[in-house]
Design a protein around this ligand. Sequence first.
Ligand SMILES: CC(C)(COP(=O)(O)OP(=O)(O)OC[C@H]1O[C@@H](n2cnc3c(N)ncnc32)[C@H](O)[C@@H]1OP(=O)(O)O)[C@@H](O)C(=O)NCCC(=O)NCCS
Length: 189
Amino acid sequence: MTAESLERPLGIPSDRREWRDGRTPSADRARLVLRTAREEDLPELLRLDREVFQDVAYPGFLLRQMWDMYAEHFLVLDAGEGRLRGYVLAATTTPALGLDSWILGLCVARDRRRRGLGRELMTEIIARLRRDGVARVRLTVEPANRAAIRLYRSLGFRPEGPDAGLRPDYFGPGMHRLVLGLPLTPAEG
Ligand SMILES: CC(C)(COP(=O)(O)OP(=O)(O)OC[C@H]1O[C@@H](n2cnc3c(N)ncnc32)[C@H](O)[C@@H]1OP(=O)(O)O)[C@@H](O)C(=O)NCCC(=O)NCCS
C-alpha cells in the first residue's frame, strides 16, 4: 500500500450545474479542500460525527484509533478556520486476507448536503483504494437511508448475499443493515 497524503481544493465542478437550492457552486465549494485527516482534526471530527450520527456516533477513543490505523484512507472536507464539513473513512484488511475494505464512515454536514460532496468523498476514496490494490469495498447502510443507498448504487455498489443484502439485527437487536459491495478492478498504469 502507498502512504500518500492528499490535499486538493474542490473548486468549481466542470459541469457548473446549479445546486438544487438555486445557489451557484462557487461560494460553498471553492473554499473546501479535500484532504487526508490529520491528528489535530480529531476533536473537530468527533464534533462532526456527533452532529451527524448522534447516539450512534463513534466514541472519541475509537475515532482516534481508526485514524492511527487508517489515516491515509481517512479523508475530510476542510472548510478552513478549523471546521470540517464531511469525512469518509475506509478500513482495509491485510494482503494475506486479500485486501478488502469496509467504508466505516461517511457523512456530510447537514447544511452542505446535495451539493455533490458525498459523491466527491466516495469517488476519491474508491480511487485511492483501487490504486492501493484493494479488490473489493463493502459497507453497511440502514435500509431506510434512501439518500445513502442511492449514492452507493449510483457508484456501482450492489447488495451482497441473500435477501437483497438485508442482515437483520446486524448491529444488535433491531439494528438491521444492508450490506453492499463493489468489486474494484486494478488501476491502470
Ligand atoms: C449520504 C450523504 C453522505 C450524501 O451526501 P451528499 O453530499 O448530500 O450527497 P451528494 O450531493 O453527493 O449526492 C450524491 C447522490 O446521492 C443521492 N442523494 C443524496 N441525497 C439524497 C436525498 N436527500 N434523497 C435522495 N437521494 C439523495 C443522489 O443519488 C445523489 O446523486 P444526484 O445528485 O446525481 O441525484 C449525506 O446525506 C449524509 O451525510 N447523511 C447522513 C450520514 C449518512 O447517512 N451516512 C451514510 C451512512 S451509511
